[in-house]
Design a protein around this ligand. Sequence first.
Ligand code: ZN
Ligand code: ZN
Ligand code: ZN
Length: 383
Amino acid sequence: MSTDGPPERLTDASLARAARFARVRDRMREMDVDALLLSLGADLPWLTGYRAMELERLTMLVLPVDDQATLVVPELEAPRVDHDPRLFDMRPFPEHEEPTEVVAALVGKRSRLAVSDRCWASHLLGLERSIPQADWRSAREVVGPLRAVKDAREAAALRAAGSAADGVAAALLSGEIALIGRTEAEVSDEISRRLRDLGHDRVNFAIVASGPNSASPHHDPGSRVIGRDEVVVCDFGGSLKLGDGVGYCSDLTRTVVTGEPGAQFRELFEVLRLAQAVAVAAATVGTPCEQVDRAGREPITAAGYGRAFVHRIGHGIGIEEHEDPYMVAGNATPLVAGNAFSIEPGIYLSGRFGARIEDVVIAADDGPLVCNQADHRLAVVEA
Ligand code: ZN
Ligand code: ZN
Ligand code: ZN
């Protein structure tokens, strides 16, 4: 930044970041937190635009409620940081220096500290030794509720990621992605490649679960060859950057069949489609998260498949593929406009088959906004 001439104009992204710093400090005051220590996870990129490398070295933003923030970062990773000196200082450390001591010096006498959930235990143990007066709590309590409410720019990024994933789903549903005679792993690779081709910067997962494997919700795609008259569950997503922003996630599931799946599967699938639609319709501003889960569970339970729906109906989504708010029994927090989350009921009959339908939804004042448009009808893929 130059010191003479007209002041540098703030970009939209840095204005948004400055506003986030201010909101975080307000919340720290409300919660009596003296300093926030952000390491791995999405809070750091949400605030600064910088995502720490998930390696053994410590990266940590030390954000005191009453002073300028400092990013403690390995010297060799410092060039990756798009540093905005109005928001935080940089404190690169060389290989021989102990970073937890650097953090302790920046924390000083402050004692009420909030630390990232995903800070490695190895670092937290070091920080506990270096900052003996600390009273620890989770940074998720401070930043989570702020991050769970997406602004217009974030909603646009989620919708762009959703429509890119829709493009892959369309190729799957139309039979353009061949299934019969290929292994799950091959199909998974093709889905990943197509996610990148349609603009994703990163692929987080591409589950392809065929035949009896479709009854395993988090199946690892492997060497099983997909046959005829089988069920195939495909659940995929990654993250996509809009402009100079950080990446926002897509997460989409469609279930297809390679021929005639039989009467029971067709009946089960219609129950699932109804459940998914009912849950999306229930996801209005003011509705408790657990009520959305309950609404979608009802038709499945009524059809006798209650015990075969073994997971919550959805999870929040943003910079992280899973984040607040969780659509699960026990979470009575009401939805607010800007909450973004998946709605993904599933029915799994062990040893036989399973099915899941998933879209990403954003709660809005004029009703739930669905980020995915790919068809929900059961597609028969004969290729
Ligand atoms: Zn999952
Ligand atoms: Zn998914
Ligand atoms: Zn999901």
